[in-house]
Design a protein around this ligand. Structure first.
Ligand code: C5P
Length: 315
């Protein structure tokens, strides 16, 4: 507990966004989730999550899109902190401050990243040395993409995307992300995918493709560009048809590959190098179809403590 004016300890964790290089959606399961075969890559767009000793649970978000993040009791970072406290018998509470650079409701797992960061930050703040398996289990309970926020790098996700296995991946990749000014809800996109598939053939439980694994193993960016696949893309385009134009313009401007990121609506373009990334960012902005773009590289580390436990003033 930290009465106002008394120094309170804090920990800051930096956590990356993700892009799905391959997202193959299998059948709808009885629990409402879909079996997936996906390949995640962590990219260098980061949120910084600071947890601080406090008398009450709270969360606060800063950044250009902060107003789009719900800060009530359902906030995923807040749920993560409370769940870790409950699972480990900790009586403390924290205030959570999120500096947000990952697009909100953009298909880049921003909320999941914040939950992963919060688990790690609270573990460090409380000094409880939570076993890795427990952190990963709690992460999976919080959401399908949360375990990958802890791991980062490049990984295969199976089950509902929460069961991770490492991938032999070479090279560093350059990305340009075209942001949308209107988010998409993940359940809505999955439901649209089911609707579009209704009456179609039965889908099998998917497996990662050889084309993707070979491209990653050899660090072959042009081959990776061709292998990018997202079974949710048709659903995202159906819900936001203007994304089609973003994809067309990006490919016409020299991207190696373009794909809707996760459940969208962010569109991810793979390019050859940093110069090509700058050129594409300028072209997309100038075309008017994607006024808001970000550049990043991947793979990068998962959630990492970058500051603390440190003592700072609580006012
Ligand atoms: O796990 P998460 O909370 O991110 O999932 C949000 C929603 O996305 C789920 O409630 C479900 O509707 C959909 N989903 C799915 N299959 C998955 C992952 C998510 O249908 N593998």
């Amino acid at each position: 507990m930290s009465p106002a004016g008394v120094p309170g300890r804090s920990v800051t964790v930096r956590v990356p966004a993700k892009v799905n290089l391959e997202l193959l959606v299998g059948p709808l399961r009885p629990d409402g989730f879909h079996d997936l075969a996906t390949v995640f890559q962590a990219v260098s767009l980061y949120d910084d999550v600071t947890v601080r000793e406090a008398d009450e649970w709270s969360v606060q978000v800063v950044g250009p899109e902060a107003h789009l993040v719900p800060t009530g009791q359902g906030n995923l970072a807040l749920l993560a902190a409370r769940r870790l406290a409950e699972a480990t018998g900790v009586q403390e509470r924290v205030s959570i401050a999120i500096r947000k650079d990952i697009p909100v409701a953009g298909g880049m797992a921003g909320g999941s990243a914040d939950a992963a960061a919060t688990l790690l930050a609270c573990d460090a703040l409380w000094g409880i040395g939570t076993p890795r398996y427990l952190l990963e289990q709690l992460a999976a309970e919080l959401g399908s993409d949360v375990p990958f926020g802890l791991t980062g790098g490049t990984a295969i996700g199976s089950g509902r995307g929460d069961r991770l296995a490492p991938v032999l991946a070479r090279g560093s990749y350059h990305w340009v992300f075209a942001l949308s000014d209107e988010g998409l809800s993940t359940p809505t996109v999955y439901a649209e995918c089911d609707r579009l598939r209704a009456g179609g053939r039965e889908v099998a439980v998917p497996e990662p493709t050889t084309a993707m694994m070979t491209a990653l193993r050899s660090g072959d960016a042009p081959a990776l560009g061709k292998a990018l696949t997202n079974d949710l893309q048709a659903a995202a385009l159906s819900l936001q048809p203007r994304l089609r134009e973003v994809l067309t313009v990006g490919m016409e401007c020299g991207a190696l590959g373009g794909i809707v990121s996760g459940s969208g609506p962010t569109v991810a373009f793979l390019v050859t190098d940093a110069e090509a990334a700058l050129d594409l960012a300028v072209a997309l902005t100038a075309s008017g179809v994607a006024p808001n773009v970000k550049r990043a590289t991947g793979p990068v580390h998962g959630a990492q403590v970058v500051a603390g436990p440190a003592v700072s003033r609580v006012d």
